[in-house]
Write a protein that binds this ligand. Structure first.
Ligand code: SF4
Length: 377
């Protein structure tokens, strides 16, 4: 792809160079926005002075699992029409947008889906993404396709994977993924990922009455294997999962159950805006994270933008509408112009869905939301 005058290579972005349009957009913001950018090309700020630091990039809307809380088979069954290939951003388009986001202050790129590994040649995308010492590159996956690709992903420059695994009980896991994937496939993939040098964390969504009976087994297993497990409250993502508050097992209750067997103490976050609250085992055998998005919302620190597989920018996991960046790419706009558009979108952002979820006068649950499989979790 031809490089526009304002376009940055990953290395230029890494040095903090900005396309001229991005500089202009930041300078304009500095005067007008509630937060504006930091000095010397610092991050963009939204209406609540939250910086744009993380970008989650969905590379596909497809997944080989049919988890009830994300892509229930009753909705995403054989007749469901997924996006045709021409609708997806190409790897070149993703890499180009990523470099623009990095030039605007993003410091973490996370590839997600759907299931990102159902898209072919993912290592090639990783090779094309910007690289820099301060830029964190990670992948979220269900782990079922990870083992054969782990080495190529690591060689291409991937550093970290977060593997979703909601139960160690094979029958429960198969019931939850609704695709007959055995739990051992994911455990084997975790071992392979570690062996090739990837840093691994585990995410588990805990749903009362579905998999909460295996909570302590998960904690015990990953504690013994020296991996950080992050436990996530069941959320009302998308419109398809029939979410009920009664199915939420609160972080507090999870902590009580764990602490009774494996005593815990809270510890500092690793960085501002970290989603998980951290707790370490008092016997020094590692730590766990709690993602309490329902009962203890963290919108105040939310620095995440989400790029859908179609190239729309969403400013919240629960947003109804995205902002079409693909149209800008495909109509020949320069990187400067795209940077200006991203700046406008972020500057106008005021999302705080999880804080407002319980508000009696706000009928949030009736508002159609983007499905999580389009923008990742
Ligand atoms: S609800 Fe939206 S704004 Fe709040 S933490 Fe989640 S993604 Fe961020």
């Amino acid at each position: 792809m031809a490089r526009t005058t304002g376009e940055l290579t990953g290395a230029e972005a890494a040095r903090g160079a900005l396309p001229s349009g991005a500089r202009a957009a930041q300078a304009a913001q500095h005067e007008r926005a509630p937060g504006g950018p930091g000095v010397n090309g610092g991050p963009l700020f939204d209406q609540r002075r939250r910086p744009l630091r993380d970008l989650r990039i969905s590379v596909t809307d497809r997944c080989n699992f049919r988890c009830g809380y994300c892509m229930p088979r009753s909705v995403f069954g054989p007749g469901f029409e997924f996006l045709p290939a021409r609708e997806l951003l190409s790897f070149e388009e993703i890499a180009r947008l990523s470099a623009v986001f990095v030039s605007l202050g993003v410091r973490k790129l996370r590839l997600t889906g759907g299931e990102p590994l159902v898209r072919r040649d993912l290592p090639e995308l990783i090779r094309q993404l910007p690289k820099a010492p301060h830029l964190d590159l990670a992948l979220t996956t269900n782990g079922s396709l990870l083992a054969p690709h782990a080495e190529a992903l690591a060689k291409a420059g991937l550093e970290r994977v977060t593997v979703s695994l909601d139960s160690l009980d094979d029958a429960t896991f198969r019931r939850m993924n609704d695709a007959q994937i055995p739990v051992q496939t994911v455990l084997d993939a975790i071992a392979v990922a570690r062996a090739v040098g990837l840093s691994v964390k585990i995410n588990a969504v805990i749903q009362r009455g579905v998999n909460d009976g295996g909570l302590l087994d998960l904690v015990r297993h990953f504690r013994e294997h020296g991996l950080v497990l992050r436990l996530i409250e069941y959320m009302d993502v998308g419109n398809s999962n029939g979410w009920r508050h009664s199915q939420v097992l609160s972080a507090r209750e999870m902590l009580e159950r764990i602490d009774a067997v494996f005593p815990l103490e809270s510890i500092e976050s690793s960085y501002p805006g970290e989603v998980a609250r951290r707790y370490r085992f008092r016997d020094g055998s590692g730590e766990i994270g709690m993602i309490a998005s329902v009962t203890q919302p963290f919108c105040g620190d939310c620095s995440r933008g989400r790029l859908s597989a179609q190239g729309s920018l969403y400013t919240c996991l629960f947003a109804s509408e995205g902002h079409d960046l693909r149209a800008l790419l495909r109509s020949g706009q320069t990187d400067d112009e795209i940077a200006k558009r991203i700046t406008q979108v972020w500057q106008a952002r005021a999302d705080a869905y999880s804080e407002q979820r319980g508000a009696p006068l706000v009928k949030l649950s009736r508002r159609p939301k983007i499905e999580m499989s389009y923008i990742g979790g």
